[in-house]
Design a protein around this ligand. Structure first.
Ligand SMILES: [Cu+2]
Length: 178
């Protein structure tokens, strides 16, 4: 009698375990589907470089509450006029999830610059009178859009980051000028 009970119990336990396992798998599947769909949304909004009738190259970088730029590489020719649009499609306020695009000169050490920027809270995290910046957008929050125009510098590879405290590690890309 005892043996039978134990057998029954272990059968129940086995069923129980299997049930949990498949539930976990479902959860994992759902999660990866959500990740994929977020990526899709971002890449749908991704614009390739379009040069308009006035000879200006339009670049649109989309960002969100997950601290990501959808474009991490911009290829341009030296001397090309660029209109850079930054679109924040998140919902959080700029005080908690502010984003900008700061294009830095060659040789600027990102961690050093980011530390300086982090202490410039009164100036939207742009260090005053910095000689390390080629161009930068305004700092914006969810639902906002901002744009700047600048001319592509001499050939080389330039880093761009978001200078909001703690964001540069995730939010960075390269402007590749040929
Ligand atoms: Cu940011």
């Amino acid at each position: 009698m005892k043996v039978r009970l134990i057998t029954l119990l272990s059968v129940f336990l086995l069923i129980g375990c299997n049930g949990n396992d498949s539930k976990n798998k479902d959860v994992i599947k759902l999660k990866s589907q959500t990740e994929k769909s977020t990526k899709k949304t971002l890449s749908k909004q991704k614009n390739t470089l379009v040069i308009d009738d006035n000879g200006v190259a339009n670049v649109v970088i989309t960002t969100n509450d997950a601290m990501k730029f959808d474009i991490n590489k911009i290829n341009v020719a030296s001397g090309q006029k660029i209109r850079l649009t930054l679109k924040h499609v998140g919902q959080l306020d700029k005080r908690v999830m502010g984003h900008n695009v700061v294009i830095l000169k060659k040789g600027v050490v990102l961690s050093t610059f980011a530390a300086k920027a982090g202490s410039a809270s009164k100036n939207d995290y742009i260090p005053a009178k910095s000689s390390e910046i080629i161009a930068h957008t305004a700092m914006i929050g969810g639902g906002e859009t901002t744009e700047i125009e600048f001319v592509a510098p001499e050939p080389g590879v330039y880093d761009y980051i978001c200078s909001f405290p703690g964001h540069y590690a995730m939010m960075r890309g390269k402007l590749i000028v040929k």
